[in-house]
Write a protein that binds this ligand. Structure first.
Ligand SMILES: *Cc1c(COP(=O)(O)O)cnc(C)c1O
Length: 376
């Protein structure tokens, strides 16, 4: 059996009849940048999240930057970021000229560990970026309590957490502002680059709309600094179609996760993802940890399992094999191996199994059986 890590073709063929005319409509109207489809999507996405304002932008990375930029993060400021995330979270700070300050992740949720945040706060700290990694919300109440005590802004990186919930509230409305990615492989994916920023603060929402369009609300009149962070019309049209299916697709991801948990329960050499009591996890990724007895080569067993699965037709991924503090681009920040033990262990033992809405129970059983076979 061949099981891809992700199957975008299966999803496209299931909505072809709906999405093709929506794209054709954009071509017929030549509304290539922003336009009606994008503004409809902004309204629909804001409603789906229960937030007041949504501005569609050109990517999640651009959204990460726009959020911090609009909130006044500037050169010399420090921004607290989980060390285990995709690099784009850190670019949000560096594009403002600010310094990313890393904090280790929680051993069960894999998100920013609230107990380790205060140590990282200095006089220069201005903001905390909470990432809802793999689709599981970070512990926002604990993070916001620390932020309030030190007068810091909190923003969310929701690139992996569309429709995820923290204490029954959707991510994207849990802090001052949030950014989403619609990269094709995300839970809600465009047919190209795309992203959105959301907030419940209407003044900030207006600012986002101006800043994504060269700092203007009227053409050629530039009131504030900005950039070209606009969404394309075709992406708005595609996202409008796909948003209607997102609830169903999210439930299917949760079904896949539940099936893996049933099939793999009791395999003591692996650690399954843990859904925190406060969280509704949307399983952008289903990440297991592969235990190893070799302290000097913790990734050996994981790499062996990955090869075994590949040889049996199962594609897997690593999210993420190198934590941010040891990325060469951040050498000048002065971190070293050993600084963040939880993230470092995760990097060496993590393995992402296939998860997408169209994955069948039989396929999940096959993957699970192969894992069990590996350990026999
Ligand atoms: C994908 C991702 C981004 C970046 O989104 P793009 O749309 O690819 O620019 C940012 N943060 C996290 C956590 C991501 O997973």
């Amino acid at each position: 059996m061949k099981i891809p890590f992700l199957d975008l073709k299966a999803q496209y063929s299931s909505i072809k009849e709906e999405v093709n005319p929506a794209i054709q409509n954009i071509l017929d109207n030549t509304s290539f940048i922003l336009g009606k489809a994008v503004s409809e999507f902004e309204t629909n996405f804001a409603n789906a999240l229960g937030v007041k304002c949504c501005s569609a932008v050109s990517s999640g990375t651009d959204g990460n930057h726009l959020v911090l930029w609009a909130l006044g993060i500037k050169p010399g400021d420090e921004v607290i970021i989980p060390v285990d995330t995709f690099i784009a979270t850190a670019w949000g700070a560096t594009l403002c000229g600010a310094v990313p300050v890393f904090v280790d992740c929680h051993p069960q949720s894999y998100n920013l560990d609230p107990a380790k945040i205060e140590k990282a706060i200095t006089k220069k700290t201005k903001a905390i970026v909470a990432v809802h990694l793999y689709g599981q919300p970070a512990d926002m109440d604990a993070i916001k309590e620390i932020a309030a005590k030190h007068n810091l802004i909190v923003v969310e990186d929701c690139a992996q957490s569309h429709l995820a919930e923290y204490k029954n509230k959707k991510t994207g409305g849990l802090a001052s502002a949030a950014s989403f990615s619609f990269y094709p492989g995300k839970n809600l994916g465009a047919y190209g680059e795309g992203g959105a920023v959301t907030t419940n603060d209407e003044a900030l929402g207006k600012k986002f709309k101006m800043m994504r369009e060269h700092g203007s609300s009227e053409k050629y009149h530039h009131e504030i600094y900005g950039h070209n962070y606009r969404m394309e019309g075709i992406q708005g049209a595609v996202l409008n179609v796909k948003l209607k299916h997102l609830d169903k697709w999210t439930n299917e991801r949760r079904r896949v996760a539940k099936k893996y948990n049933e099939c793999l329960k009791g395999v003591e050499q692996i650690t399954l993802p843990f859904e925190m009591p406060y969280a509704k996890h949307v399983y952008h990724l289903f990440v297991i940890q592969v235990k190893s007895n070799d302290k000097n080569n913790r990734s050996a067993k994981r790499d062996e399992l990955q090869k075994f699965l590949e040889a049996n037709g199962v594609s897997t991924g690593l999210h993420y094999p190198v934590p941010l503090h040891v990325q060469p681009c951040f050498n000048s920040l002065g971190y070293k191996k050993g600084d963040f033990p939880v993230a470092e262990q995760l990097a060496e033992t993590c393995l992402s199994l296939p998860v997408f809405p169209e994955l069948t129970d039989a396929q999940v059983e096959y993957v699970s059986d192969k894992i069990k076979e590996f350990y026999k």
